[in-house]
Design a protein around this ligand. Structure first.
Ligand SMILES: Cc1cc2nc3c(=O)[nH]c(=O)nc-3n(C[C@H](O)[C@H](O)[C@H](O)COP(=O)(O)OP(=O)(O)OC[C@H]3O[C@@H](n4cnc5c(N)ncnc54)[C@H](O)[C@@H]3O)c2cc1C
Length: 490
């Protein structure tokens, strides 16, 4: 990698003078950074946040704002849903794998109710309203939703299906502008300010600074091209986000997502991972990615998704991010949605946060044979899929992929197909290997003294699969741990 030389750690003996000093230096002012800053300040540390852009927010403030919480949060209970940490753990272990960090999942589930209460105590509001329809997000300001396929096969037989996608309440919500993510970040940034957290904007991390014993004691950064040195008495928290925009790293670790970054920001250039790697930090699940399928779930659920051979491969009523992963990872990014006219009309009458995607199908036809031919599929491929699907759909059953009966209806005519090939995008989930106190682990397995990390610069609770809210969820949860541990470190 071209920049390798520049990410090597600097010796503190080479630093002539420090431009800033603090007990805890947090790098990155998104969700993980703000939570680290609040907890470190609450533990009595003098905290300085360094942020590359001109303000707090990061991807978190632009995000939809789902935060994955459960185990019986006050919001779940208020809306009549019974959950336990054990039930949540069963679901997450199955849905976020294979290869999840079982200790982290257990820890996260056990601490989830307290984490929800903490967010509320920091001023994050949640509206007591449930949205039960298929979708990426609720169409309005509802506060709770299924956000990981909990109520779809196979997970509805593994754990009791309970919604855990919690959304900060936003008046006049605007997707990508002022959504749930903004309402999560805003009160937290406000709390940090009230606690006396200092921040310096337009400051871009370049390298870590270590003492002769190998302890991280600061960072070297740049502001408007000028080098700055920042001393951290107790610890440095890396919260700089993922590597979704570092093309070479994506090509090397997660090539299927190359060229298709989505739900991320350009500042996620992997720098936090690289500076820690240069100190011997271990990595985990660098191939894991969140993947969205760009289609309206209210339409998808009423049709069937087929691959380039005209065959179904995933239950259409599951979490749309799971559909995206199935398409990109297992079907070579090939997918077509087949839907009949009646179902399409019904879908177009529903509410959805993705209704802007409601366009006419790519192909329409009077018969399946005609559609198949227009799509360029070999004769009878789609026909045999639809015949088989319809045979069982007459009885409201889907014995192959177990779509729930409420969504299973025979596909009639006229019908159409949407070409969804390549309609996927997402962000990387892998990163630094950390322990439950967010200490960055060396390849030897020991913590690197003075170095902490949280958010998408780390590998959090997701190892392969994803549920909406896991990123803001583990970012905030382990951000807090990083702040507490760094404040105590000496
Ligand atoms: C449109 C959209 C929708 C999304 N919806 C959801 C959702 O509903 N639920 C969910 O869980 N996730 C969602 N995500 C993903 C989620 O926002 C991110 O994964 C999450 O914010 C990661 O947290 P983080 O703290 O690691 O990074 P961020 O929140 O992005 O914070 C990282 C910060 O570090 C700064 N930084 C980077 N490099 C440097 C440097 N060299 N020096 C100093 N500062 C630096 C960045 O500028 C940024 O402010 C969404 C994202 C987007 C864009």
């Amino acid at each position: 990698m071209a920049e390798t030389a520049t990410v090597r750690p600097l010796r503190s003996s080479e630093v002539d003078s420090w431009d800033f000093e603090a007990d805890v230096v947090v790098v990155g002012y998104g969700i993980a950074g703000v939570c680290a800053a609040i907890e470190a300040a609450g533990a009595g540390a003098d905290v300085l946040v360094l942020e590359r852009t001109g303000g707090w927010g990061g991807a978190a403030a632009l995000s939809g704002g789902f935060i994955y919480l459960g185990g019986g949060t006050a919001l779940q209970r208020a809306l009549g849903f019974e959950d336990t940490p054990e039930n949540m753990e069963k679901f997450l272990t199955a849905a976020l794998g294979p290869g999840v960090d079982k200790n982290k999942i257990h820890d996260y589930c056990q601490g989830s109710v307290e984490h929800f209460d903490w967010l509320v105590s920091q001023g994050v509001p949640f509206k007591e309203e449930f949205w039960g329809e298929p979708g990426y997000e609720p169409p309005a300001d509802q506060g709770l939703m299924f956000s990981g396929g909990e109520n779809a096969a196979p997970f509805n037989t593994i754990a009791d299906p309970v919604p855990r996608g919690h959304l900060a309440w936003t008046k006049d919500k605007k997707l990508g502008e002022k959504g749930g993510g903004y309402m999560l970040m805003e009160p937290l940034a406000h709390t940090a300010e009230k606690l006396g957290v200092r921040r310096e904007f337009d400051v871009r991390l370049q390298r870590l600074v270590v003492d002769d014993a190998g302890r991280v004691v600061g960072v070297a950064a740049k502001r408007y091209g000028k080098e700055l040195f920042v001393r951290a008495e107790r610890g440095v928290v890396l919260a700089t986000g993922s590597f979704a925009y570092q093309h070479e790293m994506v090509e090397r670790f997660a090539p299927k997502i190359a060229g298709r970054p989505a739900a991320t920001v350009e500042e996620h250039d992997g720098i936090g991972i690289r500076v820690a790697q240069a100190l011997g930090a271990d990595l985990a699940h660098m191939d894991a990615t969140e993947v969205a399928l760009v289609a309206d779930p209210q339409v998808v659920v009423r049709g069937i998704l087929v691959n380039g051979r005209g065959q179904r491969f995933v239950t259409e009523d599951t979490y749309p991010g799971r559909l995206g992963q199935a398409v990109l990872q297992d079907q070579d990014n090939q997918a077509y949605l087949i839907i009949d006219e009646t179902a399409l009309e019904e879908a177009f009458e529903t509410k959805s946060s993705m209704s802007f995607l409601r366009i006419a199908p790519t192909w329409v036809a009077e018969t399946v044979a005609e559609l198949e031919s227009e799509m360029g599929l070999p004769a009878d491929t789609l026909k045999s899929t639809i015949d088989l699907y319809n045979k069982h759909a007459e009885n409201g059953e889907d014995p192959f992929l177990h779509k729930k009966p409420e969504w299973v209806k025979p596909i009639g005519t006229p019908l159409g197909a949407y070409d969804l090939c390549g309609y996927t995008g997402g962000f990387t989930l892998g990163g630094l290997r950390t322990d439950l106190d967010s200490r960055v682990l060396h390849v030897s397995g020991e913590p690197i003294p003075g170095l902490f990390a949280a958010g998408r610069v780390t590998s959090g609770i997701c190892a392969g699969g994803y549920a909406s809210g896991c990123s803001l969820g583990d970012g905030s949860f382990y951000g807090r741990r990083a702040g507490i541990a760094a404040a105590k470190s000496n």
